[in-house]
Ligand binder design. Structure first.
Ligand code: HEC
Ligand code: HEC
Ligand code: HEC
Ligand code: HEC
Length: 206
């Protein structure tokens, strides 16, 4: 009974220290819950199933399934988000990931909802522009997502053919080119450049 009474007095006449403690505790708990939900959502929206739910009918997915990044002798798979969404362990990486979800992700959802590409043909028409956007974004990050799996330091250049080894050595020394400058079209076919005016596709897609 004494216990109940104590709790009761605490509730009606809270001791400031305890009240403050409770508020901080609740805040802390809410913070953890918010973080977990946030973190889970950020990771869940990275799954290939989600990307493919919208991108399945396009060439990008079919071509990816033929690539070494989908299936290889050693069984290491890179899913869509490994290349397309900033990944990494530092706080800065986390911010980059969040910003990409906010900007690129909402653009995807927006165009999906308003039905910008009702047919595969209409999507195909824009592929070259999209590819340029993606490549520009990857260049701006110095192909950071590729480097999460491939590091020049870890490459055994003796094992690579001569032209690859020579190029990679040069890149390591001068850093004037980034991976996607030489390795575009590794999982998707490089879309053909439209002849702008004639096809009318050069309408400044951003
Ligand atoms: C709700 C449907 C939807 C989902 C889910 C979705 N996308 Fe998209 N995505 C689209 C549409 C529509 C476009 C065309 C947007 C445009 O015209 O800018 C697009 C464009 C893209 C582009 C080209 C980007 C550009 O800047 O032009 C890439 C890359 C891409 N999506 C990757 C992904 C990845 C990776 C995932 C999963 C993490 C994903 N998408 C999930 C609908 C979706
Ligand atoms: C999730 C890890 C991962 C990511 C991210 C990744 N790769 Fe790879 N990549 C691999 C693995 C594993 C192989 C080897 C497959 C095999 O056994 O042939 C490979 C193979 C390659 C090859 C040789 C085979 C081919 O298809 O030509 C090139 C080139 C390459 N990657 C470039 C890139 C570039 C450029 C990026 C960034 C746009 C990238 N990779 C992102 C894991 C990854
Ligand atoms: C100056 C051009 C150039 C740059 C920049 C470059 N590579 Fe390469 N790379 C090549 C060439 C050429 C080959 C051999 C032909 C091929 O596989 O495309 C090659 C081959 C590869 C292979 C396959 C090696 C093998 O033995 O199977 C991988 C993996 C690869 N590069 C990854 C990368 C990554 C990751 C980066 C960025 C850190 C990068 N390359 C930057 C030119 C380049
Ligand atoms: C190994 C890295 C890698 C993986 C995995 C990957 N992509 Fe890409 N993606 C690229 C690169 C690089 C480009 C830029 C154009 C090019 O080089 O093909 C690109 C371009 C695109 C584009 C723009 C249109 C086009 O044809 O270029 C879309 C849409 C896209 N990817 C969606 C996806 C989806 C969906 C998945 C998963 C099913 C996926 N990508 C998996 C590297 C990757």
């Amino acid at each position: 009974m004494g216990m109940m009474k104590k709790i009761w007095t605490l509730l009606i006449r809270p001791n400031t220290k305890i009240a403050l403690g409770l508020i901080l505790g609740a805040g802390f708990l809410a913070g953890i819950i918010f973080f977990l939900v946030f973190h889970f959502t950020m990771n869940a929206t990275n799954s290939m199933t989600i990307c493919v739910s919208c991108h399945e009918m396009e060439g990008v997915y079919e071509e990816y399934k033929e690539s070494k990044h989908y299936s290889s002798r050693t069984g290491v798979r890179a899913v869509c988000a490994d290349c397309h969404v900033p990944n990494g362990k530092t706080f800065g990486d986390y911010i980059d990931k969040f910003m990409a979800k906010l900007t690129i992700g909402s653009k995807d959802i927006y165009h999906h909802l308003i039905g910008t590409y009702p047919t595969r043909e209409s999507f195909d028409k824009k592929r070259w522009h999209m590819a340029q956007n993606v490549l520009a974004y990857m260049r701006s990050r110095d192909s950071k997502e590729c480097r999460n799996c491939h590091s020049m330091e870890a490459m055994n250049m003796e094992d690579q053919d001569k032209s690859a080894a020579r190029k990679h050595k040069r890149v390591m020394e001068s850093a004037d080119k980034t991976c996607v400058d030489c390795h575009a079209g590794i999982v998707h076919k490089e879309p053909a450049e439209p002849d702008g005016k004639a096809s009318g596709t050069d309408a400044g897609h951003k």
